[in-house]
Design a binder for this molecule. Structure first.
Ligand code: GLN
Length: 386
């Protein structure tokens, strides 16, 4: 068989998506694969390694036994302003694709959960980054105000925040509200860690701030609250207007999330308050445990007020051998050294920043792990020298 003649147009046609070329694979998921490859203790990706609550598992078994096994109604349950998606990852992507047009900008606090980068590229939004600054991850009001403008379509908020553990205060939310109103922008708020709070921190949803009910798109899911990250059930709560396109985008992306797991999730939403108190209490103890381990090992820690990550500064550690742990920035070399030589997987700080240099002296640990796992990490990290 001879090769067909190709026209110049065919030859010059780009065979792969230019959008997909603009972002890398997820560093967080990659670190989990490296942890498995090197037999390391995995404190990188934020998924619990302990059992999910018996009640939610029983509800899922019952839903399957009761034959809730066909497509769910595409957006989920009947109420009008909720769309159930395949995890909050799809919820965020559907929301962005439903509101973004060419030329639109989004404001993103940095460091940010790495998905927001590809979300922006795939939906076609131009991100404008605003720094959260150590040690308390506060933002500069002038810097935030300057990031808004006539092209701003939305601000992406994540509170409690991954990776910093910041919980936005009412005053901060009101300041953001005033900018959203002034520039006629949405707030897309990722509240997946809403029940994981410490030291009396209170979660306030932007949707509850005066004047924001009609411009807030809330993203949430079962994963973190009920320790079922592999079920992939998340949702979007949005006003009727954006809900229309969000439902259409979601329908053609995935049709729907697993029907019996939606059913089980609906029953979990009725768990008593004691469930949530216990969850926060158990994570408080794990946070204390990991903070101590990290401080003893020589890390500078930024104590989180919510979510289940600890951002650390690694300036006190020597830069690992650049030849052996080839990478552009110190955080990546250090993370490779940790996973390969010490036996603990973490996420390099640069994966939470637009400019890798900004995260070059940080790495993120997670503590949503059982005591055995934290103990093993403690033993391994004791070999580390600051
Ligand atoms: N949110 C989790 C993290 O930051 C991971 C979520 C995911 O990998 N989909 O580690």
């Amino acid at each position: 068989m001879t090769a067909p003649d190709l026209s110049m147009a065919q030859i010059s046609r780009r065979m792969l998506s230019a959008k997909a070329e603009q972002f890398t694979e997820s560093v967080i998921r990659e670190m989990t694969r490296l942890a498995m490859k090197h037999g390391a203790v995995n404190l990188s990706q934020g998924f619990p390694d302990f059992a999910a609550p018996e009640e939610i598992k029983e509800a899922a078994r019952k839903a399957i036994a009761d034959d809730i096994n066909q497509y769910a109604i595409t957006w989920g349950a009947k109420p009008r302003e909720i769309t159930i998606c395949c995890g909050s990852t799809e919820a965020m992507m559907s929301a962005m694709m439903a509101i973004i047009n060419p030329g639109d900008e989004i404001v993103v606090f940095e460091p940010f959960y790495e998905n927001y980068g590809p979300d922006a590229i795939l939906s076609g939004a131009t991100p404008r980054f605003v720094k959260l600054r150590t040690p308390d991850w506060s933002f500069d009001e002038e810097e935030l105000s300057a990031a808004f403008g006539p092209h701003t379509k939305a601000i992406i908020l994540n509170t409690p925040n991954n990776p910093t553990g910041k919980v936005f205060t009412r005053a901060e939310l009101e300041f953001i509200r005033d900018l959203c109103v002034r520039w006629n922008a949405y707030c897309i708020t990722d509240e997946i860690y809403e029940h994981i709070l410490y030291d009396g921190a209170k979660h306030i949803s932007m949707a509850c701030i005066d004047g924001m009910r009609d411009r807030t798109i809330v993203i949430n899911g079962l994963s973190k609250t009920y320790s079922v990250t592999g079920w992939r059930v998340g949702w979007v709560l949005a006003p009727p207007e954006p809900t229309q396109p969000i439902r259409k985008v979601h329908d053609f992306l995935t049709v729907g999330a697993a029907a019996p797991l939606q059913q089980a999730g609906a029953s979990a939403l009725h768990f008593p308050q004691s469930y949530y108190d216990k969850l926060a209490g158990s994570y408080t103890a794990k946070r204390e445990r990991l903070l101590k381990i990290l401080e003893r090992s020589g890390f500078t820690v930024f104590k989180p007020r919510g979510a289940y990550y600890i951002m650390t500064d690694i300036s006190r550690f020597a830069d690992p051998d650049a030849v052996r742990f080839r990478a552009d920035t110190k955080d990546v070399r250090f993370a490779r050294y940790l996973v390969e030589t010490i036996g603990v997987a973490v996420v390099p700080g640069s994966s939470f920043y637009n400019n890798a240099q900004d995260g070059a002296s940080q790495v993120r640990f997670t503590f949503c792990k059982k005591e055995e796992t934290l103990l093993a990490a403690e033993e391994r990290l004791s070999k580390l020298r600051a």
